[in-house]
Design a protein around this ligand. Structure first.
Ligand code: URA
Length: 287
């Protein structure tokens, strides 16, 4: 590993230790007998509900950078949409090494019957994620609600039905995309996931994204966007703009639950989804 990168990862791991987070995946290599991968650093999550840390690195840079390095799979993407870097400085997620040959079943196995954070005490089922393991489009929500907790599948309640309609309007089926959340267990009373919960769970989200290698990540709502972009900025500041997440195009849009409360915002979301469709070469569903 590049020594500069290693020093940065080590500094972040020390910082995470000082905050009391244990590396999320410590046992994995010893169980499987593999060469130990560098433990994935914990996310330093910025959320509007959380104290601001790393404030200097909190704002996604707004200078267009069309030359952002595309991934191998993105090289053929038809769109020349300008992509903004996720944050102006170093990001924990940038430093996280990909787990070689990682797969969704393996990540699910690593999560196990998780008790890593306090959310486990109130959950019925872990809501890992659902959909095409080779999806070009990944939707990331916040965390399971009541219906998802019972069924073990993301976005199956009222907001989920709206998301399904949005996906179908894009000319896709739910099974074509991958849908997951920042945290895999339901927060009590549907409160926002807390910083420690996000920090514990988000490395698994990162591995899911890395394993799928989508062309586009669509963040549904502030929690997902602020977590992946490591920003404290409100989502309305960067909604609908192309951002870069470790070489993958990322766009944030409003959460379907917000749309249920504010139907006029649907037109903004549709504009965002049309940008996604342009990148993926999709035609809207015929009425
Ligand atoms: N809201 C989310 O963010 N995720 C779900 O799975 C359901 C509702």
């Amino acid at each position: 590993m590049d020594p500069t990168k290693r020093a940065r990862v080590e500094a972040w791991l020390q910082y995470a230790d000082e905050l009391g987070f244990s590396p999320f995946n410590r046992d994995r290599a010893s169980k499987s007998g593999e060469t130990a991968a560098v433990p994935q650093p914990q996310a330093e999550v910025q959320s509007s509900a959380q104290p601001q840390m790393m404030a200097a690195a909190a704002a996604p840079r707004r200078v267009p950078a069309p030359s952002a390095v595309p991934s191998a799979r993105q090289a053929s993407a038809p769109s020349a949409a300008p992509v903004l870097p996720a944050s102006p400085g170093f990001s924990l997620f940038d430093a996280a090494e990909r787990v070689p040959d990682d797969t969704l079943p393996r990540i699910r196995e690593d999560i196990g019957e998780c008790t890593r954070c306090k959310l486990h005490t109130g959950r019925t089922k872990i809501v890992f994620g659902v959909g095409n393991p080779k999806a070009e489009l990944v939707f990331v929500g916040e965390g399971p609600g009541h219906d998802e907790d019972i069924q073990g599948e993301p976005f199956v309640g009222r907001a989920g039905k709206l998301l399904t309609q949005m996906i179908e309007a894009m000319g896709l089926q739910r099974a074509d995309v991958y849908i997951c959340n920042v945290v895999k267990c339901r927060p009590p009373e549907n409160r926002l996931p807390e910083r420690d919960e996000i920090a514990t769970c988000s490395p698994f989200l990162l591995r899911q994204i890395d394993a799928i290698r989508p062309k586009v990540i669509c963040c549904l709502g502030a929690c997902a966007a602020q977590t992946l972009l490591q920003t404290t900025q409100g989502i309305s500041r960067f909604r609908g703009e192309w951002m870069d997440f470790r070489g993958t195009k990322l766009i944030a849009t409003y959460h379907p639950a917000y749309l249920l409360r504010n139907p006029p915002a649907k037109s903004e979301v549709w504009k965002d989804l049309q940008k996604v469709m342009a990148v993926l070469g999709l035609q809207p569903k015929r009425k």
